[in-house]
Design a protein around this ligand. Structure first.
Ligand code: DC
Length: 228
């Protein structure tokens, strides 16, 4: 473990606020590694689903025991969540995992495990971490805290454009907005805005604009020369 204090940029916000893609891009610009804390909740959920028992039977001790199958591996620009030592990106982003993950994310023991795993990653690298409570529960001393928000309709529209690779209809956006609002409600307890976070409303910003603003703020507070 290094003695040099590591830089932590914590980016929180609700589902589909663009946290993960923005964080990844910011990390690449700064030469930091991106840690997606949600990927740990997702990987644990996928590991539990692989076991075959229905989610109603998952006790907190079963969940915590399965945590030993999940590791974070440092790659070129990010940490990747592995299940039994192998990447499972497509599986953890799928609808089946998404439907059960908030059940897992609500369990205090699971949260403690995710938080400890993410903190460990930040001991060896400068990081951009994204999630719901990175700037509060996990890194209250983060170098910079950003809370991303966006209008639910716009979040739903962006998500559909990404998924369908075409312009969604008004009806499709309305249905997706409904689902997003339901997810926001399920995750509400965990989604905490730090008092000292910079709130960035991305409703009318493009992704490059969001990234630019965060990179500028990060450079201002971290006093390190730009990577390129
Ligand atoms: O951001 P995401 O959709 O990948 O998150 C997956 C789930 O994990 C979602 O239910 C919210 C939860 N989560 C959380 O409670 N705390 C975090 N720091 C990150 C994600």
């Amino acid at each position: 473990m290094s003695d040099v204090p590591r830089i932590v940029i914590a980016i929180d916000g609700p589902a589909a606020s663009g946290k993960s893609s923005t964080s990844q891009w910011v990390a690449e610009r700064l030469g930091f590694l991106h840690v997606d804390s949600g990927s740990l909740y997702r990987a644990l959920t996928a590991a539990l689903l692989r076991q075959g028992a229905p989610p109603e039977r998952w006790t907190s001790s079963v969940m915590v025991a399965q945590g030993s199958r999940i590791t974070l591996r440092a790659e070129a620009t990010s940490f990747s969540a592995l299940i039994d030592g192998a990447p499972a990106e497509e599986e953890i982003r799928g609808g089946i995992v998404t439907a059960s993950v908030s059940l897992v994310a609500r369990v205090a023991e699971v949260r403690a495990w995710v938080n400890a795993t993410v903190r460990e990653a930040a001991q060896t690298h400068d990081v951009v971490v994204d999630g719901r409570d990175m700037g509060t529960a996990v890194f209250p001393e983060a170098t910079l805290k950003i809370f991303l928000i966006a209008d639910p309709w716009e979040r739903a529209r962006r998500r559909l454009v990404q998924r369908l690779e075409r312009s969604p209809t008004e009806e499709e956006i309305a249905a997706e907005t409904d689902l997003l609002v339901q997810r926001d409600a399920k995750d509400a307890t965990q989604t905490v805005q730090a008092k000292d976070a910079v709130v960035l409303d991305t409703t009318y910003l493009t992704q490059p604009q969001q990234v630019e603003r965060i990179v500028a703020l990060a450079r201002a507070v971290s006093h390190r020369p730009p990577v390129t």
